[in-house]
Design a protein around this ligand. Structure first.
Ligand SMILES: NC(=O)N[C@@H](CC(=O)O)C(=O)O
Length: 457
């Protein structure tokens, strides 16, 4: 048994919460197991139906449910500070808990940009105040995401927020010299640069994937090579300077090939794919509905198949949401004017079940690997993504794999209504989420989440 690293965001949940007995949930999809959670930790485990509930314990019936470690998102846009009309740390945290997450990485493209210790500490503190998930701010690589000067990476790393993931996401760190310096710099704090791989010159004015559909629609295309060329450059740079690189939202079959080649060569690179790139294709753009407008764009069926295979064979390490909520007025407009981005926190697990579990590509233990363990390891979160064993932090999600539901964004906790899965029937439902021994979601609904007026949720 290893000792978990103390959590930098160990909030109010923990020692002072009542014990919880999870009864008979299939651990990682395996045998029914009882889990007694006490003092924020897994205190005891046993075969299903063998553990007694201590006095005052809350009992969660796990019959028919799968228990996984709490999900960790490596790529969430929470919009606060600056675009609280799109999302806040509170509304995004609610969506995350309902989606089965116990930690999220909040991207830096806020206003002001999270490029100083002050801004990352503000976001981190807001996350603690809400207390539904651990909010780990991502620090910008360059000042103002401007791509010209390195931001205060060291100050953000040594701040209370303990930033380990740095990204200009939404923009690419296009300058190779800056990218090289950033890679060299993060090494000293055991950090990682998460690159949004998009050559800006090859994608000027691009509106969708460059291919048959873009030619038919007459929309400016976004060639696959604009992503693949940057990934190829960056894995070579990371190799050259001996640093850790993470590639955000891989979207093409060619990107998979480049990452596979780099891993075979021993480059310290990890990669993520989004749920939408595992399920949807550019054919959907034919209706000009901006709900399908996203960066990187939806690609072809062949790309979707390659991405699924890449998750199955470990070339892609992580499924990350790229949850990007936008106000209705920024999405309900003509295609060319619409903002790019899709919500994802409340549907990610269901999409992964649909695209990867029901297709036989992943088992539940693999889902735990790509949605919890690997993202926690990449973000250096010692207290998340841990096995559900005695002495480990009690972060977990209970999923009902037999449930089916039609996605209705109006019922989502995120402020964003821009779900590309709306109207689709998807498998699986999050029944309960537990953060450090305290249930945040029970029966598919939030518990103990005070609203803006302080009333219990
Ligand atoms: N993924 C998206 O389509 N949008 C992201 C940033 C981005 O453009 O990557 C957002 O912040 O809205």
């Amino acid at each position: 048994m290893s000792t978990p690293t103390p959590s930098p965001t160990a909030g109010p949940a923990g020692r002072d919460v009542a014990p919880v007995l999870v009864r008979g949930a299939a651990l990682l999809g395996g045998a029914p197991t009882d889990l007694l959670l006490e003092g924020g930790l897994v205190a005891r485990t046993g075969p299903g139906g063998t553990l007694e509930a201590p006095a005052g314990a809350e009992v969660l019936d796990g019959a028919g449910l799968v228990a996984l470690p709490g999900l960790v998102d490596l790529h969430t846009h929470l919009r606060e500070p600056g675009r609280e009309d799109a999302e806040t740390v509170r509304t995004g945290s609610r969506a995350a808990a309902l989606g089965g997450y116990t930690a999220v990485h909040a991207m830096a493209n806020t206003d002001p940009v999270a490029d100083t210790a002050g801004v990352v500490e503000q976001v981190w503190r807001l996350g603690r105040e809400v207390g539904l998930v651990d909010v780990h701010p991502v620090g910008a690589v360059t000042v103002g995401l401007g791509g010209e000067r390195l931001a205060e990476l060291g100050a953000m790393a040594s701040s209370a927020a303990r930033v380990r993931v740095f990204s200009d996401d939404g923009r690419c760190v296009a300058d190779p010299v800056l990218m090289r310096r950033a890679l060299e710099y993060v090494r000293s704090v055991d950090g990682v640069v998460a690159q949004h791989a998009q050559d800006p010159r090859l994608t000027e004015g691009a509106q969708m994937h460059e291919g048959v559909v873009s030619s038919v629609l007459g929309l400016r295309g976004w060639p696959a090579v604009a992503e693949e060329a940057v990934i190829a450059r960056d894995v070579l740079l990371a190799d050259h300077v001996g640093s850790r690189l993470h590639v955000c939202h891989l979207s093409t079959a060619g990107s998979v090939e480049v990452v596979r080649w780099a891993k075979a060569r021993g480059v310290d690179v990890t990669a993520e794919v989004t749920p939408h790139h595992l399920l949807l294709t550019d054919e959907l753009v034919r209706g000009y509905d901006p709900v399908y407008k996203v960066n990187p764009p939806l690609r072809t069926r062949a790309d979707v198949e390659a991405l699924r295979e890449a998750v199955a064979d470990g070339t892609v390490d992580v499924v990350a949401t790229d949850h990007a909520p936008h106000p209705v007025e920024d999405k309900d407009c003509e295609w060319a004017a619409a903002a790019m981005g899709m919500t994802g926190l409340e549907t990610a697990l269901s999409v992964v079940q649909e695209a990867l579990v029901e297709t036989g590509l992943l088992g539940w233990a693999d889902v735990a690997r790509v949605m919890s363990q690997a993202p926690a390891r990449i973000g250096r979160l010692g207290h998340q993504g841990r096995p559900l064993e005695v002495g480990e932090p009690a972060n977990l999600v209970l999923v009902d794999p037999a449930a089916r539901r039609v996605v209705d964004p109006a019922r989502h906790a995120t402020q964003g209504r821009n779900s590309p899965f709306r109207g689709l029937e998807l498998p699986g439902a999050v029944v309960a989420t537990v953060l450090r021994g305290r249930p945040t979601v029970v029966g598919g609904a939030l518990v103990g989440d005070p609203d803006e007026d302080g009333r219990p949720g």
